[in-house]
Design a protein around this ligand. Structure first.
Ligand code: F6R
Length: 259
């Protein structure tokens, strides 16, 4: 893992956007993996701004969402396909149909999850995946206790995740769906390159377990310890429960990662 503790959101945003810009520069038809939620939004905004300046194009790229709530109607504003269209895709030049998400509104969500996995495999695989992390250590909606080698599947959301996400549903826990279709930990692990962004003290325990804890189904993000090209971008608060910060900072300095 490449652990980078940034001093500002601006720095995190630039580094995250640089990774997308570089991958698309090298491979214009790259397959991207997109998270929703709050964490990646500044990176998406920066990419929109770079796109407007002509610095990056998504016209030959494709993208797969990490996950989608099960049971929300296709036009629900908090459905992740609508979220990503509103917050990112509509601001850049993806072609019609190039951004796919799991069909959480399907009659058979289990079949929809299997179909989604097949589509990702058929695309040739994700070149760059951006992730956030849940306060309970989930990535995608892979909640504690699930298989560390799962393909895309239907997952029940923990109470903690539903509490955390109630802010998107009029602060009403009961409106938050109980299930989602998510890329599995095996699916995410196959991405060639991963960047995970985490901001705020509420993420610090999950971040510490992900980086310095044992690899465990209890902290699903810890699976990233097995990935050989994962960059973790943290603000000071999210990094506050790590033990080896001096070492991570020294490496970042030696490698000039923050220049
Ligand atoms: C979103 C997703 C989740 C979020 C995580 C953090 O597609 O898969 O794993 O990344 O719940 O959410 P935020 O960024 O809103 O704190």
């Amino acid at each position: 893992m490449k652990i980078i503790i940034v001093s500002s959101t601006q720095q995190m945003t630039q580094l995250g956007a640089d990774m997308f810009t570089q991958v698309l520069g090298e491979k214009p038809n790259a397959v991207l993996g997109l998270a929703t939620g709050s964490s990646p939004l500044p990176v998406y905004q920066e990419l929109i701004s770079r796109h407007k300046k002509g610095a990056v194009s998504f016209k030959d790229a494709r993208a797969f969402l990490l996950d989608e709530y099960a049971g929300l109607s296709a036009d629900h504003p908090e459905g992740y396909r609508n979220f990503i269209k509103r917050e990112f895709a509509s601001g850049v030049d993806f072609q019609e149909g190039a951004v796919q998400g799991p069909m959480g509104d399907a009659d058979d969500v289990y079949q929809a999850a299997r179909d989604y996995e097949e589509s990702i495999v058929a695309s040739g695989g994700v070149d760059l995946q951006i992730l956030g992390i849940g306060t309970d250590g989930h990535i995608g909606f892979n909640e504690p206790g699930g298989s560390l080698s799962s393909p895309s599947h239907v997952e029940y959301l923990t109470e903690q995740t539903r509490i955390d996400n109630a802010r998107f549903f009029d602060n009403d826990f009961n409106q938050v769906p109980t299930r989602a279709i998510t890329q599995g930990l095996a699916t995410i692990s196959r991405a060639k390159k991963i960047v995970l962004v985490a901001q705020g003290a509420q993420k610090s325990q999950a971040v510490a377990q992900m980086i310095e804890g044992g690899v465990s189904a209890l902290w699903p993000a810890s699976i990233l310890q097995f990935h050989n090209d994962a960059t973790i971008l943290l603000d000071e608060a999210a990094a506050s429960q790590l033990q080896n910060t001096a070492f991570y900072r020294a490496i970042a300095e030696a490698e000039a990662l923050l220049n």
